[in-house]
Design a protein around this ligand. Sequence first.
Ligand SMILES: *Cc1c(COP(=O)(O)O)cnc(C)c1O
Length: 447
Amino acid sequence: MTYEELLEKNRQYLWNPFTQMKEYCEDEPLIIERGEGVKLIDVKGKEYYDGNASVWVNPHGHNREEINQAIMEQLEKIAHSTLLGSANVPAILLAERLVAITPESLQKVFYSDSGATSVEVALKMAYLYWQHRGQSERQRFLSMGNAYHGDTVGAVSVGGIDRFHSAFRQLIFPVERVTYPYPYRFQGTEQECMEASLKELRTVLDEKGSEIAAIVVEPMVQGAGGLIVMPSGYLKEVEGLCRAYGTLLIVDEVATGFGRTGKMFACEHEGIEPDLLCLGKKLTGGYLPVAATLASNEIYDAFLGNHAEGKTFFHGHSYTGNQLGCAAALASLDLYEKENRIGHVQALDAWLGQLLSETAQLPHVGEVRRLGWMVGIELVQDRETKESYPWKEAMGAKVCRYARELGMLTRPLGDVITFLPPLVSSKEELQAMVSILNQAIREVTGS
Ligand SMILES: *Cc1c(COP(=O)(O)O)cnc(C)c1O
């Protein structure tokens, strides 16, 4: 089928997520047909670097023989059977692997199908944990301003991005929020920025600590909020405050997990031990929608009892623990080991930093923020005053649209250009991608 025919059908039948369909239908949207390594190939045969790893999910590149094979082998046996009241082979084996590689505190794995549902599960577990413990006054959640935890209603409730979330204000449950430290936009030093946020956090906990079921946080880097890296030491302080005020700590590693920040999990940067951990995105090597919520034994144990006690965790999805997805995840974890994926990310860390130092010098780049291979490039109208572009100008979108012409795909978050290349990318591929980014920024911002 030709591009034109497919485009017509897209216009007629398909409603894309996070997409203004009027503009999309008027533009020449991209229609992908194949993937090979770190490149995507559209139906016209044009190749693009996958500069955001297909929205942050792909670690090892596309069309990986090892993962393809694992899925086909599983397919010969069975594609799916339910995890409600029964189990399956890859779901059990994957649970064992996940417990082995995540922080010590986490001992049980509960599956679902997306990052958002892994957060919903964590919120419900935390809420019910306190009910079962007889402390039902702990009903509220505390989250970070500007946070992103997914698009289902519970996940939106603990999210804090106005652009995405304000439309649903009447629909969501109330949450305590503290200002997330954003040093670039703070009047003062990074240390002062961190202290200001922690002070706010302590104040809320002093007033309402006994009502808080859990604090929810994206560890080390806030993702969709603009790729904002926490000041060092902040996460450890948050953990300490959870312990001091007796609330649970929910860590959302959907974006940061599986090596994105240079460690297998971002928790490792500050040695924290959460009570609940949310995983998704790269979990299946970017292949299939499986997500997981990991819980401590203490939380798991609080749900144990006779049927009549009503402590069963009443939550599940039709495709929970899907065999094909779990088989892909096991094959992906094998590749992490076999190809020393984390070692590769670390080995090229300095190289990536060096490449991006040129980006940071561009006249309309306010800041390049980065932890590992998780990069945000904030465009500004004026570098001196840090004045942003008018929102209506959609400068970030224009830069990304032009980068696509130059052969690289990524998406903007407002005027922050996201750069999260597949973790398998070579030195040369990183260089080619950054060079496209620089050219797109230079030409579109006119500098
Ligand atoms: C992407 C993301 C989610 C949501 O995951 P989906 O699979 O898109 O539902 C949740 N939390 C964080 C930190 C994310 O980056």
